[in-house]
Design a protein around this ligand. Structure first.
Ligand SMILES: Cc1cc2nc3c(=O)[nH]c(=O)nc-3n(C[C@H](O)[C@H](O)[C@H](O)COP(=O)(O)OP(=O)(O)OC[C@H]3O[C@@H](n4cnc5c(N)ncnc54)[C@H](O)[C@@H]3O)c2cc1C
Length: 473
């Protein structure tokens, strides 16, 4: 065994939270190493957010070209060259990696490319990618090992060599017919993108609706939007069997409420949940406990069961977004500087980058009901927002939940053009504790999509419970 090297800070996994911890600690003068087996900078810049949004933007251009006639721009037949799509994505990823390497260099954090496995508390053995082994121990250890795509246990699925987001974002051809298993965020984003590239697409979801965590009206509107692009959707589908090989010919058999169905496709993409990368990396030897689903057990300060070991990002069970992995870093940084921040009760905004996108912050109606929160609901079709009329991007709606006992904004959901940006305004108002009437009365620039917020919040119904006015003596 190699001689043990002593560090002050050791980070396993260079995802968003991990690299930020590493850079911050090194910049603060601590001897720091970040161990990464594959993706410099983690999933986001290499195989997840950034590459998927890059390819989605290519798909949007294809769609605009097809749809140009409606706006008076006439083009010929539209075809998509996936080799160029992939090349544009690869170039963006390369720029991102180069930027990351510059920051490592400037921060003084050592990036060690290799696979890490704990052999004792706070002691990691790293099998270096270019051969050899190093053993590292540190005063403080941070885990940021992320998750990977789960492959459901369906006969024949694994043998069919299905695509995950990693391979799908590397395709240099347009699948003739793509079967997408999973009607969540990444499934829908990629389903729509490939439809726009020219694939036939069928989405197969085992739950009763697309977007399981969203309200039924949100899910239905998204299904309508995808249906209008000729994307087939099966919900409540129990997967029975897969035959064939992705990239050639596959048949998925599923039991649905309307009977057994056999879907023929050329390629199959699995986007049906995530598995934490916590198995087989010696966490038991490190004294780090996992929960029943294999995520690292942490408290609100992201401290694990082992002293001086923290976990950040998806492996810690945090909501699966880059901005949350970053917030996990901020919580740890602030607490190590004497603060007392917690992950509990943080407001988690998110956006799904379909076209139009879906954005939500705070409660939806279903969640409010489950939590027993009384809320007033306002809803505005995008059709009635003037910017949507001017640009002819009229699909979707905005919805707001406002407290019934006070005027606090409890939640905002939007399907519509620029939903993520419009949501940021409501998110800010919620963080500032503004009442909904502040947004109803705000002068939003005309004609922007955000202008709809004023109409939306002006239509909040009055309180159901009458206020008891104090008697005037
Ligand atoms: C297709 C897709 C699209 C997405 N789009 C968005 C989006 O638009 N917006 C958004 O906010 N979020 C999005 N996400 C989620 C987002 O990518 C993650 O939440 C984010 O990257 C944070 O991940 P993380 O910090 O937990 O870990 P990761 O970034 O996954 O990093 C973990 C790292 O640990 C490394 N590692 C694991 N085990 C070891 C080991 N034993 N030794 C060495 N290294 C190891 C891995 O190689 C990896 O690089 C998307 C996810 C997917 C799959």
């Amino acid at each position: 065994m190699a001689q043990t090297e002593q560090l002050e800070v050791l980070v396993l996994g260079s995802g968003t939270g991990g690299k930020l911890v590493g850079w911050h600690m090194a910049q603060s003068g601590r001897r720091t190493a970040v161990v990464e087996r594959h993706w410099v900078g983690g999933s986001c810049p290499n195989i997840a957010c950034m590459p998927s949004k890059n390819e989605i933007s290519n798909a949007k251009v294809a769609q605009l070209a097809r749809d140009g006639k409606r706006y008076g721009t006439v083009t010929g037949p539209v075809t998509v060259d996936m080799a160029t799509v992939r090349q544009r994505k690869r170039e963006m990823v390369e720029r991102q990696i180069a930027k990351h390497l510059q920051i490592y260099e400037a921060s003084g954090a050592e990036l060690i490319m290799g696979s890490g496995c704990f052999v004792a508390p706070k002691t990691l053995e790293v099998k270096l990618n270019d051969g050899g082994t190093r053993v590292l121990t540190a005063d403080k250890v941070f885990l940021n090992v992320g998750t990977r795509a789960a492959i459901p246990n369906v006969p024949g699925l694994e043998a069919a060599r299905p695509l995950t987001h990693v391979e799908a974002l590397e395709l240099d051809y347009v699948p003739r017919h793509l079967i997408v298993i999973g009607g969540g965020y990444s499934g829908l984003e990629l389903a729509q993108a490939f439809r726009r590239f020219g694939s036939g697409v069928t989405i197969v979801e085992s739950g009763p609706q697309l977007l399981a965590r969203e309200d039924i009206d949100v899910s239905q509107e998204m299904r309508r939007i995808l249906g209008a692009e000729d994307i087939q959707v099966l919900v409540g589908a129990e997967l029975l069997q897969v035959q064939g090989r992705s990239g050639d010919k596959v048949t998925l058999s599923a039991r649905t409420p309307s009977g057994d169905q056999h879907i023929d496709g050329s390629d199959i993409l699995v986007a049906a949940g995530r598995i934490p990368n916590t198995a087989g990396i010696g966490l038991k030897e490190a004294g780090v406990e996992l929960d029943g689903r294999g995520y690292v057990r942490v408290n609100g300060r992201l401290e694990t069961s082992a002293p001086d070991v923290w976990a950040v990002g998806e492996c810690a069970g945090s909501p699966q977004f880059t901005h949350i992995s970053e917030d996990d870093f901020r919580i740890i940084r602030d607490n190590l500087a004497g603060g007392n921040r917690s992950t509990r009760d943080r407001l988690v905004p998110y956006c799904m980058f379909t076209d139009p996108p879906l954005a939500r912050v705070g409660l939806g109606e279903g969640e409010a009901e489950r939590q027993g929160v009384l809320a007033r609901v306002a809803r505005l079709p995008m059709e009635s927002v003037l910017a949507a009329q001017a640009t002819d991007q009229r699909q979707g709606f905005m919805k707001a939940l406002v407290g019934d006992r006070d005027d606090r904004i409890l939640g905002f959901t939007m399907i519509g053009a620029s939903a993520g940006e419009v949501m940021a305004g409501v998110h800010t108002a919620m963080l500032a504790g503004l009442s909904y009437s502040n947004l109803a009365d705000a002068d939003f620039a005309h004609p922007t999509m955000a202008e709809g917020l004023s109409s939306l919040f002006s239509s909040v119904p009055p309180r159901a419970v009458q206020q008891i006015k104090p008697k005037v003596a």
